[in-house]
Design a binder for this molecule. Structure first.
Ligand code: SF4
Ligand code: SF4
Ligand code: SF4
Length: 276
């Protein structure tokens, strides 16, 4: 059943405590229950920023012609073309709840698939394919990064079903996004939000240990620390590419070593969500 607006308001009030709630999932009984109710069957892929994929090494070689590079956002555009229904939120509840100062509050999630019919119409609107294409482009221009996949949590808070007919495209910021809670979540659940296939992020010898990449609101999962005067990236990294862009020494490299990353990502998402 579509959630009433009071429920969404209440949900927003829990945002300041999201890290605490995430930590509670490490208690075995709570973790198992939360996993079943909110994350069962999930698979969500964090797509590297197009602007990084364009400039960096792709499929193991540097390309001379950036226009020939396949961009991760093509995965989102593929599903926009394929989907029968497209629905845009009036605002991003994460940025709204956190009164975000750095990224637009009015760019929220894009949802696709039959289940959008059940969403409370006061929360957003149905749009055409063309509007959806244009919308995600604007989100990227605003510096937001896409996550795409099946996220049962969305079906639950929106009160829609079936969950396998709801595809989520989040347009996330490094400061207020719900997924900042990933390092605190039970790892079993956290593993459902993954790097795109083939993505590797490394720090090269050019690092001078300036610390820019480890400042607040660069890495949304706090995966970078300075150890012995050099940046070190942990396994929490989801390959968004933000740190690549902020490094003044160009010492962080993101590579996409899987030539089939587009088709593999599409297959993965298609195996858990049906948008037609
Ligand atoms: S998941 Fe991303 S786009 Fe969706 S409401 Fe949160 S920050 Fe906004
Ligand atoms: S921003 Fe670059 S140079 Fe500075 S610590 Fe990070 S990787 Fe090293
Ligand atoms: S270390 Fe953090 S900022 Fe850098 S690519 Fe990984 S997730 Fe993104």
């Amino acid at each position: 059943m579509a959630r009433p607006l009071w429920f969404v308001k209440l949900l927003k009030k829990t945002f300041p405590n999201r890290s605490l709630i995430a930590k509670a999932t490490n208690v075995p009984l709570i973790g198992g229950l939360v996993d079943k109710i909110f994350f069962e069957g999930d698979d969500v892929i964090y797509l590297p920023k197009d602007s990084v994929a364009q400039k960096t090494i792709q499929i193991g070689r540097k390309l001379d012609k950036p226009e020939e590079i396949t961009l991760p956002s093509e995965i989102v555009h593929h599903f926009i073309e394929k989907a029968n229904k497209h629905w845009i939120m009036n605002s991003c509840i994460c940025r709204d709840a956190a009164t975000c100062k750095d990224y637009p509050i009015d760019y929220g999630c894009l949802f696709m698939g039959e289940a959008v019919d059940d969403i409370n119409p006061h929360l957003g609107r149905l749009v055409t394919k063309e509007e959806a294409h244009d919308y995600v482009k604007k989100c990227r221009e605003a510096g937001l990064v896409h996550l795409i996949g099946r996220n049962k949590l969305d079906a639950q808070w929106l009160g829609v079903s079936p969950g396998d007919k709801l595809l989520t495209v989040c347009n996330c910021c490094p400061c207020c996004c719900l997924w900042k809670m990933l390092p605190d979540l039970n790892p079993e659940i956290g593993r459902k939000i993954t790097k795109m296939s083939g993505v590797e992020v490394i720090v090269t010898d050019a690092c001078v240990g300036c610390g820019t990449c480890s400042e607040e609101n660069v890495c949304f999962v706090n995966a970078i620390s300075l150890i012995d005067g050099k940046a070190v990236i942990s396994a929490e990294c989801r390959g968004c590419g933000r740190c690549v862009e902020v490094c003044p020494e160009q010492a962080i490299e993101l590579t996409i070593n899987n030539p089939e990353f587009i088709s593999e990502s599409i297959d993965r998402v298609s195996s858990v969500v049906d948008v037609e």
